[in-house]
Design a protein around this ligand. Structure first.
Ligand code: LIP
Length: 267
């Protein structure tokens, strides 16, 4: 693999180390403490412990970098030039229910652009990673998006809406519109990070989701781009917002899929 920035090395190492206790926790879910962040939104002691461990590893190398995390919020707020974006467990609901489909996601952002990132599924031992200009990989193999040309033949994945969403009708009507245009039923796997990674390696052809959190998809941005895909944060007026509407695809079907999504602001 030809990814060699200090940041990608640090992230990769942090993911590998953090995954050991995560795998152990997954085998003993019944012992985990679970608390609720809101209706239908849970956090486990495994999320918190993994996040703490990752922050510690990253701070050993670059104590001054900013950090945006799912569980601890924003650290080193003033540094907006160099930032780590961390989701310790993307797919917490899967994790909590013993479904082996979740991932650690860490992206590195410089001057508001994601430069490298890793999405690591510790159960399947699949590490997706990429660095700007140097390609995207799944473990040691280079990955590329699919080359499906027509939406009708595409396998599409989506997520949401959350219980708290105020635009549920809109999200469900998009779901109906997209289902009318594809042969295969739309998938919902419950981990946005892995959804994007799967588009990057050609398992899915497209993914969209409204009101997604930045930490869920930050690493996926560079992985998808380096795999030849196209990513669009439509109707995103407020660039500083941590909520995004995302449309990610193999490029070929982008316009066709985008045409079915209701374009309205999320702010
Ligand atoms: C979850 C996602 C899931 C998405 C939810 C949520 P969490 O992340 O990855 O696919 O539909 O909106 O954000 O909370 O498990 O890290």
């Amino acid at each position: 693999m030809r990814l060699n920035s200090p940041q990608i090395n640090i992230i990769t190492r942090a993911c590998n180390k953090a995954s050991r206790s995560l795998i152990r926790d997954f085998g003993e879910i019944e012992n985990l403490q679970v608390s609720s962040k809101g209706p239908g939104d849970f956090v486990t002691s495994a999320d918190k412990r993994t996040e703490k461990f990752i922050i510690n590893e990253l701070q050993k190398a670059y104590p001054e970098y900013g950090i945006i995390t799912e569980e601890s919020g924003i650290l080193n707020k003033d540094n907006t030039k160099n930032r780590w974006i961390i989701d310790p467990i993307d797919g917490t609901m899967n994790f909590l229910n013993g479904i082996p489909h979740f991932a650690i996601s860490i992206g590195y952002e410089e001057d508001n652009e994601i430069k490298c990132g890793v999405i690591f599924d510790p159960i399947k031992n699949e590490m997706f990673c990429a660095e700007k200009g140097n390609g995207a990989y799944l473990n040691n193999s280079r990955i590329r998006v699919s080359n499906k040309k027509k939406l009708i033949n595409a396998l599409i994945v989506t997520g949401g809406p959350k219980h708290s969403s105020k635009i549920k009708e809109e999200i469900f009507s998009e779901f109906i519109e997209v289902s009318k245009k594809v042969h295969a039923p739309i998938r919902k796997f419950g981990s946005a990070a892995l959804d994007v990674a799967y588009v990057a390696c050609g398992r899915f052809d497209g993914y969209w989701q409204k009101e997604i959190n930045y930490w869920d998809i930050a690493a996926g941005i560079i992985i998808l781009k380096e795999a030849g895909g196209f990513i669009d944060f439509f109707e995103q007026d407020n660039k500083a917002s941590l909520k995004r509407n995302i449309l990610a695809s193999n490029s070929n079907i982008h316009d066709e899929l985008g045409g079915l999504i209701i374009k309205k602001n999320i702010e």
